[in-house]
Design a protein. Sequence first.
Length: 239
Amino acid sequence: MDVGKEFDQWVETGRDESMEKGHFEPTMQLLRCISSSMNSSPISSSPSFHNRVALDVGCGNGWALRKFIDFGGRAGYGCDLSKKMIEKARQYAYQNLEYRVGGVSIFDDEQTAQIEELDLCLCIESLYYHPDPQESLRIFHKILGTGGYVGIMVDLYEESWGTHAWIDALDVNVHLLSIMEYRQILERAGFTNIQHMQFQMTSPITAEEDFTLGPYWPTYEHYISYRNTGSLLLFAQKK
């Protein structure tokens, strides 16, 4: 199935909100790490992006960009292949946010992009859906301003065995990359100061008797492995 149509269905069933809930904690940790590196300051509970501009690729309903604005961001741009995700993102009463239907390539045309110089490119749980993740990172590097950062969060990666069942459960093609492969494609795209961590959420683990099995979690062990392995967070800089 087309990725955009797949995620249109997710909006219809409310899964965009469950994605926000499930990805919120690792994304906040990613933003804290990037804020600390940007501002040459210790990692704090509240990131600071004062006067910064961000692009969120695969933005869904725009929740991460709204947090970016809450943390002091001046402006934000979001794109998603799902028309219904973008329609929902536009319903929130936030100023200085602009959303477009499409992939990151729509910001790669200097004649039509018309966006401010970017300090940050975010890609939350979406890079493995991209037809060519390496090409997407090349575009991120091209459109970022000098000194800008890219931030990536993924749950589906080679070292996270518990999430591998998603490959068959999803009705779209995905790339299963290792931590080393993610670091390599960031480097080949021109990024430096590449850092990564595997972040384990602090939210309570659902007890086995309360856990519901399904295509994404065929066994309780898959879920436990995912929680113990953690989300992969990567961030790097354009010099």
